[in-house]
Design a protein around this ligand. Structure first.
Ligand code: TRP
Length: 332
């Protein structure tokens, strides 16, 4: 039997090429080897996104984005967290086994408190219970589907460890493997995707290249990449140039060698390098953009895909929840 991989995708913004190389591509690769269950963590997003239009747009964009990037809903169970009500019942059960102290130690909560203290505000200003109990909801997402591995970025490892702690507490209390204890699979840094300003590409730095930008916008963003003042004739070092580092993500080995040579020989201006980058990015992303636009233009079809995923996911969730309900003495 294949092992199970599960991960959640928070719909909080427009997908960019950092997401593509850091999360989407590795997860799709993993789905070839594992039984994959990938879902849109829409109730997680509610903690921070309070505008209904914005939230529903983000949910659709992220769902369409993963499908456009190649997620095959026949192969991966792809669903919305909110379509699995078992998640929320399991959350209630897990709450009874989660120390408040454990939540106090969560990095995301601690960072929010720290920020308040630095601003001389009440330590809990602006912090809702959704944020405080975030790791419990995430543990429910995970434990409901018995995954072997949970592919996540480094920032989420602590949350997966908390899910392990909570599951172990339950298994210990009821003397059996009621819940499977998963492990986090952190993506080996396939590549740090540099942003337009040379820092890591991140929504919070505002230095991204959106995955589905129209051609004009894509070109504009690439032309905005910050460079140094080396002249056209000067030889340049490809490995310290974010244009080249981005180019490597999209180009064949042969193309990479040719551009690197051009850098080192001199006679290549930054404008030429940016044009070369634009060409390879556009080549890879334009079919994705076409698929994305078609998916976004037909919300009913998108909802059907997600509903079909939920229909496959729910019986699996019900099996775990029923097992746990019996174990705790609520049912049977
Ligand atoms: N917290 C994750 C993030 O911010 C998203 C997420 C929610 C998740 N539930 C999950 C990831 C369960 C893995 C497993 O990126």
């Amino acid at each position: 039997m294949k092992k199970i991989a599960l991960t959640g995708i928070k719909p909080t913004g427009v997908l960019h090429i950092g997401n593509y190389f850091g999360a989407i591509k590795p997860a799709l690769h993993l789905a070839k080897e594992y039984d994959a269950r990938y879902f849109i963590a829409d109730y997680h997003a509610l903690n921070t996104v309070k505008d209904p239009q914005v939230l529903s747009a983000h949910i659709r964009e992220v769902a369409a984005g993963w499908l456009a990037a190649g997620l095959d809903p026949e192969e991966v169970i792809f669903y919305r967290q909110s379509s699995i009500p078992e998640t929320f019942e399991l959350t209630t059960i897990l709450m009874a086994f989660t120390g408040k102290g454990l939540m106090n130690r969560a990095h995301a909560y601690k960072a929010a408190v720290q920020e308040n203290l630095e601003k001389h505000e009440d330590p809990d200003a602006g912090i809702n219970m959704g944020l405080f109990t975030y790791p419990v909801l995430m543990a429910a997402d995970i434990l409901l589907f018995n995954p072997d591995v949970v592919p996540v970025g480094k920032d989420q490892v602590q949350h997966v460890e908390m899910a392990q702690d909570i599951a172990q507490g339950i298994n210990f209390n009821y003397k059996g493997e009621i819940l499977k204890v998963p492990r986090a699979a952190v993506q080996a840094a396939v590549a740090v995707v540099p942003g337009l300003d040379g820092r890591k590409m991140s929504k919070s730095y505002g230095n991204t290249i959106p995955l589905f930008a129209p051609e004009k916008e894509l070109r504009k963003r690439i032309m905005r990449i910050v460079t140094n003042s080396q002249g056209v004739q000067e030889p340049k070092d490809p490995e310290t140039s974010q244009i080249y580092l981005l180019y490597k993500l999209f180009a064949s080995a042969e193309e990479q060698r040719a551009l690197a040579k051009h850098y080192r020989e001199g006679g290549m201006g930054w404008g030429d390098a940016k044009e070369a980058l634009f060409q390879v990015v556009h080549r890879e992303l334009s079919p994705l953009r076409t698929r994305f636009e078609a998916l976004i233009a037909d919300p009913a079809a998108l909802d059907t895909i997600l509903a079909q995923g939920a229909a496959k996911a729910r019986p699996l969730a019900q099996a775990t929840l029923n097992r746990l309900r019996r174990a705790v003495g609520i049912a049977g």
